[in-house]
Ligand binder design. Sequence first.
Ligand code: HEC
Length: 122
Amino acid sequence: MQRSVLIFAAVLPVLPALAASPAAQTAAASPDAGAGRNLFAQHCVVCHVKTLVTAVRTYGPPLSGESLGGQAALLRAQISDGSANMPGFKYSLEPPQIDAIVAYLKTLPAPAPAPPTGPAPR
Ligand code: HEC
């Protein structure tokens, strides 16, 4: 009994800090790249990021601030409506959450061009 009171007293001061952390907020009024990063991890990584060293490729193309010409309107439309091989998220994500994902994508640098393959020229 006494021990559980002690543990509670030790955890209590941490709670306000947790509530204030960006991870605890879902997308706020202004697009928040931090919240977008979390949403991206939950909804997009499975298709757009190579998570296994042994994976030959990802299902979707690599994404960056340069995707779709870096145009926020096109990125929002792609995420909302999806395309032939990608589900749309307009029924599962709120518009501010989609804006947060777009803000996060804008922070990603374009991938380096793939190194040339095949035999070296003589
Ligand atoms: C089921 C797998 C899947 C998921 C989940 C997924 N995507 Fe996609 N995405 C694709 C595929 C595949 C394409 C290529 C277009 C096509 O074939 O329909 C694509 C294309 C895109 C493009 C256009 C890229 C380009 O250069 O043309 C963007 C931007 C994008 N996805 C963002 C996202 C975001 C953000 C999420 C998470 C909210 C997400 N996708 C979730 C499979 C997925």
